[in-house]
Design a protein. Sequence first.
Length: 305
Amino acid sequence: MRLIFAGTPEFAAVALRALLAADHDVALVLTQPDRPAGRGMKLKPSPVKEVALARGLRVWQPDNLKTEEARAPIADARADAMIVAAYGLILPQSVLDLPRLGCINIHASLLPRWRGAAPIQRAIEAGDAETGITLMRMDKGLDTGAMLARAPLPITGDDTAGSLHDRLAELGARELLALLPALAAGQVVATPQDDALATYAAKIGKDDARLDWSRAAGELERQVRAFNPFPGAWTLLDGEPFKIWRARAVDGTGAPGRPVPGFVARIACGEGALELLEVQKAGGKRLPIEAFLAGHALTDDSRLG
């Protein structure tokens, strides 16, 4: 098929690489403008742009798609379909109408659950037993389009947002390649979403990752996994920022935010305790808890939160 691809992060780059390996004709790649990154704040291309440039594909990086000038390369591509994965720009109806077979979005949840910007993190945070991939034909709403394919994926007790992201990216690429021949042949049945079952995956903010020790330990463990690798679950240790990268919920009692007596790496919560496994103090490196405690002992006077 002759395609346009629109995406920005690694999740999208996985799908683009799969399309190219399957010999689809990617006539145009849309991605977000280069952003400053690193200590030098030099402009850095997106993962999708890096893949596109390595394959000699045409790249278009508009700030928005509101003007006819910004939309012109899309119209000129005369694509059968546009594949969209975590692009980051709103597609106006004038863009959605351009490809002959419409715009197909790869969404990292089983819609209508977790519409929005952070479906992977919110599924882990909520304690969902499974998530998945939905391929949908985009409309002007926020992840409200009719579903063309759905594929479930279990969420394990060890999954972080990072590990789940990687498995969902591969699943999305496989489902996309399976869908395209049927789409080209007009054999795909579109199923409307049930709006009554919709939930919203709000964009992640720094305060979302702050641990509240009055909550149950199981909830905090999910929060740690949901925000690993970004932005990292955090609290304060004796008034200084302190990140917790890995932890597990265990039995324990005591004052919330204080070490459980006899277990210096266990922190009492509103219910149960959180055993710290990997941590990072402000300005320091990520360390296994044993390495951290070798130089930074927690005592009964220590306080988190």
